[in-house]
Design a protein around this ligand. Structure first.
Ligand code: FAD
Length: 468
C-alpha cells in the first residue's frame, strides 16, 4: 500500500485507531479455520462517519476491504487475501444501543460479543435465542454475516430469524437501511434477509436490530447415554415425532462420548457409547411433563442411561459440549479439518453411516489412518464433521474425502454448510450446492452491491467477481 493512501486512512480514522505494523497486523490476518492472509493495515473505526469516509477512500483508490468480527469463523471468511487491503475490525464499535422491553427488540453495534447481548436482554426479562458455541467470543456482526446457528436452533431457529433491521454501508461508503423495528413487514424485496449470511461480501453492518422473545421461566437438561450411535440418532427422530421440541438436541459420536465420559462414573457395559444432550425450556409444568415423557421413551424404547439435571448442574455439561471442538485435538492427530454439513432431519442416521463408510474406504485403500469424528446439532440435522489426519502424509487426498462428504450430504438432500458458511474453505464446492440460475443471480447481486469487487474479495465465489 502506498504511503499516500496509508496517510489518508490514518487521517480519517485517527492514528490511535490504526495498526500498520506487520507484526501487529498479522494478528488480524487469520481466523479459526487455520487459514491466514496478510493484512496491510487494520482500522478500528470509532464511528459511522469515519467508517463511511474510509470506505469511500478505499473504493476510489482500489483498496480491498475486509470486515472482521472476532475472527472465530471456521472458513476463512474474514481473512484478507487480496492486496492492497484494509481490515476493518469492529472491536471498538461494541455498544448495546438499546434494549426495549416494550418493543421486545435490541439494537447493537456489530462488534458486541453475542453473550453480552444475551446477558443484557436477560436482565430485562427477554431472550435472544441464537446461541452459537462461540457465543462468548464471537460478535453479533460476524453472527449476522454468517447466519450463525448454534445449540438452540432446533426450537428457535438461527440468527436470520431474529434480525429485523440492519444499518449498513455499501462498499463505497453510502448508507443503507434495511428492515426496521417491526417484527413483520410485507414491503417489497427483503434486502434485510439477503444481507444476513452474506459473509461480508455485500455491505458492512454498522447497527443491527434484533427481535427478542420473553425469557423462558424454567430450564431442564437431560443427558442420555446410548449403546451405539445409530440408536442415539433414532432416538432423536422418536422424540421429535412424539411432538416434543427440546430447545437443544446435541449429539456426540462414540469418540466424543468417550472424551466426555472419561473419568466419570458411567455404565461401562455400554462399549460404544453415544450421547444426546438435551435442554428443555418453558413453563415449569410443561417442561417437567416433556422431560418425563422423553425420559420414559429413552429408557424403555432405547435402553438409554438417562441423567436429569437442573439448570445449574447442567452448566458443566454445556461447557464440555462447547469445548468439544478443541478436545478432539487430544486424540493426537496433527491436523483437524472441520466441516458442518446439514441433511434433512430424518436422514441424519444415513449421513453418519455414510461417514463411517467414507472413513473405512479411505483407510482401506490408502493404508493411511484418518479418523472422522462427529458431534453437533442433531435436532437440526447439522453435523460437525471433523476429519482428523496428518496433512503432511495424506496431503491432497483429504480433498477427495471432503468432496465425498459434500457429495454425500447433497445426495441425501442436504447442504454443504449448516451454519459456518462458505468463506475460502468451501468456495470450490459452492457450485455443487448452488447451481444454474440461482448461482447467476447470486453473482449479479454481488455485482450490484459491489461493482468493483473490492469488498471481501476472494470469498464465497469460486471465481473472482471482478475478473469475470
Ligand atoms: C469453538 C467454536 C465454536 C463455534 N460454534 C459455532 C456454532 O455453534 N454455530 C455457528 O454458527 N458457528 C460457530 N462457530 C463459528 C463462528 O464462531 C461463527 O461463524 C461466528 O458467527 C463468527 O463470528 P465472528 O465475530 O468471529 O466473525 P469473523 O470470523 O470475524 O467473520 C465472519 C464473517 O463475518 C463478516 N463480518 C464480520 N463483521 C461484519 C460486519 N460488521 N459487517 C459485515 N460483515 C461482517 C466477515 O467479513 C466474515 O465474512 C464456532 C467457532 C468456534 C471457534
Amino acid at each position: 500500500m502506498s504511503y499516500g493512501i496509508k496517510g489518508a486512512i490514518i487521517s480519517i480514522v485517527g492514528i490511535s485507531n490504526v495498526i500498520d505494523t506487520e507484526e501487529g497486523a498479522s494478528v488480524y490476518s487469520f481466523d479459526a479455520s487455520g487459514l491466514s492472509g496478510a493484512a496491510d493495515i487494520v482500522c478500528f473505526p470509532p464511528d459511522i462517519e469515519s467508517l463511511s469516509r474510509l470506505l469511500s477512500l478505499c473504493y476510489n483508490e482500489g483498496v480491498y476491504i475486509y470486515p472482521r468480527g472476532a475472527g472465530s469463523g471456521r472458513t476463512g471468511a474474514c481473512i484478507p487475501v487480496c492486496s492492497p487491503n484494509v481490515v476493518i475490525s469492529f472491536e471498538r464499535m461494541n455498544r448495546i444501543i438499546e434494549v426495549s422491553r416494550e418493543d421486545m427488540i435490541a439494537r447493537a453495534e456489530p462488534g458486541v460479543i453475542t453473550r453480552d447481548i444475551q446477558k443484557a436482554v436477560e436482565g430485562a426479562g427477554l431472550f435472544y435465542p441464537p446461541d452459537p458455541a462461540s457465543a462468548s467470543f464471537s460478535t453479533i456482526g460476524g453472527n449476522v454475516a454468517t447466519n450463525a446457528g448454534g445449540i438452540r436452533a432446533v426450537k428457535y431457529g438461527v440468527t436470520r430469524d431474529y434480525v429485523i433491521g440492519i444499518n449498513a454501508l455499501s462498499p463505497d461508503g453510502e448508507r443503507l437501511y434495511t428492515g426496521g423495528s417491526t417484527v413483520k413487514s410485507s414491503v417489497g424485496y427483503d434486502i434485510n434477509d439477503l444481507l444476513v449470511g452474506s459473509e461480508g461480501t455485500l455491505s458492512i453492518f454498522t447497527e443491527i436490530t434484533l427481535k427478542l422473545l420473553p425469557l423462558p421461566k424454567y430450564l431442564g437438561v437431560i443427558l442420555a447415554i446410548f449403546n451405539g450411535e445409530e440408536v442415539a440418532l433414532r432416538a432423536v427422530n422418536a422424540i421429535l415425532t412424539a411432538g416434543i421440541l427440546p430447545r437443544s438436541i446435541e449429539f456426540m459420536d462414540k469418540t466424543c462420548s468417550y472424551i466426555v465420559l472419561k473419568g466419570r462414573n458411567y455404565d461401562s457395559s455400554k462399549n460404544a457409547p453415544s450421547i444426546l444432550l438435551m435442554e428443555f425450556d418453558g413453563n415449569e409444568e410443561a417442561v417437567r411433563i416433556d422431560m418425563a415423557q422423553v425420559k420414559g421413551l429413552l429408557k424403555n424404547d432405547f435402553s438409554a442411561t438417562v441423567v436429569v439435571k437442573g439448570k445449574d448442574a447442567a452448566g458443566e455439561l454445556w461447557s464440555i459440549r462447547r469445548s468439544l471442538s478443541q478436545r478432539v485435538r487430544e486424540l493426537g492427530y496433527p491436523h483437524k479439518i472441520s466441516e458442518d454439513i446439514v441433511v434433512p432431519r430424518g436422514k441424519i442416521r444415513d449421513a453418519l453411516l455414510c461417514l463411517g463408510a467414507i472413513e473405512d474406504a479411505f483407510n482401506g485403500s490408502s493404508g493411511s489412518s484418518i479418523k472422522i469424528v462427529c458431534f453437533g446439532h442433531a435436532g437440526d440435522g447439522n453435523l460437525h464433521v471433523n476429519i482428523l489426519c496428518d496433512l503432511n502424509r495424506e496431503g491432497n487426498k483429504i480433498e477427495q474425502v471432503v468432496k465425498e462428504i459434500f457429495d454425500m450430504a447433497l445426495g441425501l438432500g442436504g447442504r454443504i454448510s449448516g451454519e459456518h458458511g462458505i468463506g475460502i474453505m468451501k468456495k470450490p464446492y459452492l457450485t455443487s450446492d448452488i447451481k444454474g440460475a440461482q448461482y447467476k443471480i447470486m453473482q449479479e447481486i454481488k455485482g450490484i452491491f459491489d461493482p468493483k469487487g473490492l469488498l471481501n474479495a476472494g470469498k464465497l465465489f469460486p471465481e473472482r467477481q471482478k475478473d469475470k
